[in-house]
Design a protein around this ligand. Structure first.
Ligand code: ASP
Ligand code: MG
Length: 412
């Protein structure tokens, strides 16, 4: 007998009508008893935001442990309601909360990491029931307190549960058809990608492609669990996120991602001596600010240089506070902040074995008159920082240049 894990996001369980579509997916996976099904649900759409908002009316700085007790209730509602539907339809099913499934996490409330899942416990539940409906997003720490896994965390619950029960497949159902070559709202020729490697998906997710929580992809990669991202509202195959293979390497670029949620900070004329970079970036790291692109200019006079980097827009205030505090120590002449920037990346494992992607990217941006403000590269990604107003133009032109609109595009 097979075991199938199916996760449904907030828009898939938004109301009774949507849940009935979920019921159809789950019962068809159950296939008259051929498979056991572990269903992982998110809170009904908008519910987690409503709860966060509620807390802010009660407290200016809500206690983080109580916050997790509060926001985890969204998933409790979904699993109980959905189990009622299953039982009314005659299925041997029950709901299970994170602590009942013994999903053990660390104690970082609001962004806890899964440490262990009691798979024996789950397997014994699976012997007793045909369909288990598990609350996503939540776990329990070593003190028995409820924790949550960060926004979008039900994806990670699903992958972790799939690993724990040794599932045949982990299907993540959502309101889009899969992972696209780029954002279809920005580029009308964006195509669904049939198969993408874990590493490419990680790069896409870190650039803000919201279809999967980053940690779920890290988990899937670590345990080599193939994830099928697909739509609740259609029967088509979606995107398989899986191990890299040769056919993937033949494709030069798999996707174009962008991120408008970055700002550029330039600390001007800092001393060119050992210790200046760490004086800037240590306190930023201690404050939990994720610095992305960093450029230190070559010093022309051997005495001073400029340090430019990007941080998430949400961290602007914290970044400014920190830089103000250290400004005199590093003898900066001024600090420039540019909020109207956007990061655009081309991503593909094919870059590992082919050259020329960066130059084609620069040429294509140049043809559109788009100035590049910063550049960074990794093994499978080239990123340019540009003015925000050019984001759509840049994404469109890069999508064309790398022929992502063409079925089975290959490197030329
Ligand atoms: N309900 C949580 C959120 O809105 C977790 C999830 O949906 O994956 O972030
Ligand atoms: Mg989600």
């Amino acid at each position: 007998m097979g075991i199938i894990v199916q996760k449904f996001g907030g828009t898939s369980v938004a109301n009774l009508e949507c849940m009935q579509q979920v019921l159809a997916k789950v019962t068809s996976a159950h296939c008259d008893g051929a498979n056991k099904v572990v269903v992982v649900l998110s809170a009904m759409s908008g519910e987690t935001n409503r709860l966060i908002d509620l807390a802010s009316q009660w407290s200016t700085r809500p206690d983080s442990a109580e916050m997790d007790s509060l926001v985890s209730t969204g998933e409790q509602v979904s699993v109980a309601l959905f189990s009622m539907l299953l039982k009314d339809a005659g299925y041997n099913a029950r709901s299970i909360l994170g602590h009942q499934a013994e999903i053990k996490t660390d104690s970082k409330f609001g962004r806890a990491r899964i440490l262990d899942i009691n798979s024996d416990r789950l397997k014994s539940y699976l012997e007793e029931y045909d369909i288990l409906v598990v609350a996503g997003f939540q776990g329990i720490n070593c003190d028995g307190r409820i924790t949550t896994l960060g926004r979008g965390g039900s994806d990670t619950s699903a992958v972790a549960l799939a690993v724990a029960v040794d599932a045949d497949v982990c299907e993540i159902f959502t309101d889009v058809e899969g992972v696209y070559t780029t954002d279809p709202n920005l580029c009308s020729t964006a195509r669904k990608i049939p198969k993408i490697s874990y590493d490419e998906m990680l790069e896409m997710a870190s650039m803000g492609a919201k279809v999967l929580q980053i940690r779920s992809v890290e988990f899937a990669k670590k345990y080599n669990m193939t994830v099928h991202v697909r739509s609740t509202f259609s029967d088509c195959n979606g995107t398989f996120v899986t191990q890299e293979d040769e056919s993937m390497e033949a494709v030069l670029v798999s996707g174009i991602a962008y991120d408008k949620d970055q700002i550029r900070v330039t600390v001007c004329d800092v001393e060119d001596r050992p210790g200046v970079a760490s004086a800037i970036f240590l306190p930023l790291a201690d404050a939990g600010i994720v610095v992305d692109m960093i450029i230190q200019n070559t010093s022309r006079d051997g005495k001073t240089t400029d340090m430019t980097f990007t941080v998430p827009r949400n961290d602007l205030e914290k970044t400014q506070e920190i830089i103000n505090r250290i400004e005199s120590d590093i003898k900066a002449s001024e600090v420039l902040i540019d909020e109207r920037v956007s990061k655009v990346s081309v991503i593909g494992v094919g870059m590992r074995s082919h050259s020329g992607v960066a130059s084609r990217m620069f040429e294509s941006l140049c043809k559109e008159g788009i100035n590049i403000l910063m550049i960074s590269t990794s093994e499978i990604k080239v990123t340019c920082l540009i003015e925000e107003k050019y984001t759509e133009l840049a994404v469109g032109t890069l999508h064309d240049t790398f022929e992502l609109d063409k079925e089975g595009h290959v490197c030329t």
